[in-house]
Design a protein around this ligand. Structure first.
Ligand code: HEM
Length: 223
């Protein structure tokens, strides 16, 4: 007797539910705009909210692969693109809140501030690096770039995470280091998992010059 086929999870429903969930932080902003419920400092509220959600979505996106491997659920990979695009979406809102509220879209002022304040420079670098990832997050780009080059490009998401952590540490006061520290620990754990996984698959760094390397034989020798 054959085992009953395991039904595939209803991915369209899961994606739909996740889409709505990811929109909730933006909904909170829309609610605040409609009711004026921004708290005592509206600009600070919007900048912090959008910055926090950019970082949250970045970390949630980075959790997908470990979760997929650990649980053995391949369909989880199909959620990664949407989550990554939401990280970019909140990044755009965050950047817009900075150029709009702080500088009234005056390009000279924006450029001067990006060059003058190191925490802004670093946040800006993270944002700029997110752009090619968002632009190439589709099947067409994967086909054009080829799987390996696409993967190499998308590995920069870890650099983006590190820049985001530095940006966060830099902007908070010495008394409020708990949150940037918590985000950095999560990022470090995700990075460590990725490094261990690469080692496990044998994708280690090339050997040091002079080292004796034995060829690995995958196929039996020809008779
Ligand atoms: C991947 C990109 C970025 C991430 C993940 C990020 C993350 C964050 C986080 C977590 C906060 C602090 C939230 C809090 O205090 O609760 C923040 C604040 C801020 N970020 Fe970013 N950021 C990014 C890019 C940028 C860019 C491109 C700019 C401007 C060019 C920028 C400017 C600011 C400003 C002005 C604040 C508010 C500082 C304050 O309240 O004193 N960030 N960001």
């Amino acid at each position: 007797m054959t085992a009953p086929a395991r039904s595939a999870p209803p991915i369209r429903w899961i994606k739909g539910a996740l889409f709505v969930l990811c929109l909730l932080p933006a909904g909170r902003l829309a609610w605040a705009a409609a009711t004026g419920d921004f708290g005592p400092n509206p600009v600070e509220f919007v900048q912090r909210w959008t910055g926090t959600w950019t970082f949250n979505m970045l970390l949630i996106t980075l959790c997908v692969t470990p979760l997929r491997v650990i649980t053995g659920q391949p369909w989880l990979a199909r959620l990664r693109r949407m989550l990554g695009l939401f990280a970019f979406f909140y990044g755009v809102l965050h950047f817009l809140s900075f150029i709009g509220f702080d500088h009234a879209f005056a390009v000279d002022d924006i450029a001067r501030d990006i060059l003058k304040r190191p925490f802004i420079t670093i946040g800006f670098a993270a944002f700029v690096l997110l752009i090619p990832l968002a632009l190439t997050s589709n099947q067409w780009a994967i086909r054009r770039l080829g799987g390996r080059r696409w993967q190499e490009l998308h590995r920069s998401v870890y650099l983006i995470g590190i820049l985001a952590a530095v940006h966060y540490f830099w902007l908070v006061k010495a008394t409020a280091l708990m949150w940037p520290l918590a985000y950095s620990i999560i990022l470090a754990l995700l990075l460590a998992w990725r490094v261990r996984e690469r080692r496990r698959k044998g994708l280690v760094a090339p050997p040091a010059p002079g080292a004796i390397v034995k060829p690995v034989r995958f196929m039996p020798r020809k008779p």
